[in-house]
Design a binder for this molecule. Sequence first.
Ligand code: OOG
Ligand code: MG
Length: 267
Amino acid sequence: MSMEITLSREDIVRLCERVEGAQTRAYAIPKLTDEYPGMTIGDGYAVQLELRRRFLARGHKQVGWKAGLTSKAKMKQMGVDVPSIGFLTDRMARPENAAISTADLVHPRVECEVAFVMKDELKGPGCTAGAVLAATDYVLPAVEIIDSRFSGFKFDLPSVVADNGSSARFVGGGRARYARDLDLRTLGVVLEKNGEIVAMGASAAVLGHPAEAIAMLVNILAELGESLPAGSFVMSGGITEAIAVKPGDSVIARFQELGSVSMRFVE
Ligand code: OOG
Ligand code: MG
């Protein structure tokens, strides 16, 4: 993947302010490539970096990273065929069984993911799934609440990367387990909304093995000149397609071996 930056510093700041406004005040904007058709993936990451810098300067704490678009179901749903990464902060975390407000979201969707908590730092390039498993403290089930800031949830890779991979909220829960005690490829997951099954899948949907997604994330970080710190909470990407939610909905994701994660949505 080329990380070439073609936009001027002024344009990067301008686009960052546009995305930041849409994120913090919850409104939809056109995808960035409508105005900048030549925008590259490197430009997208430059905007994301500026966004992260601003959030951290305001006192948000980074807790980890997320891989996105790592399953066929997600790639097909979004029309994008290359994975992406985004950062996660303390302000995005919600406790298990939380009532999650949708007033500060545009058009939220939920998706089931396997999350990794790292005990050692990882550095690319050349990071492998084996290296990821050796550096993992434990895994736990998670639900990510994504919320593209782009109208109609329609975007391309440079735009979604600039929008921090549609990151909005996340809930970790269930039962934490050591990766070595599980077959992380064959974990089944069932997503229920208001008591009905709305999506299901198995963890192998994520690049054949969720640890592959974390390795991919570490290798993208290397291209950006960064590493994955020990202690990071890392989500490996939606196993199933994402499901839209609205106030009044209750959601439960049941993971084989890892227990379940639930939440409900309110105004
Ligand atoms: C992009 C974010 C994708 C995942 O797990 O695949 C993502 C999107 O679909 O809006 O978080
Ligand atoms: Mg996700």
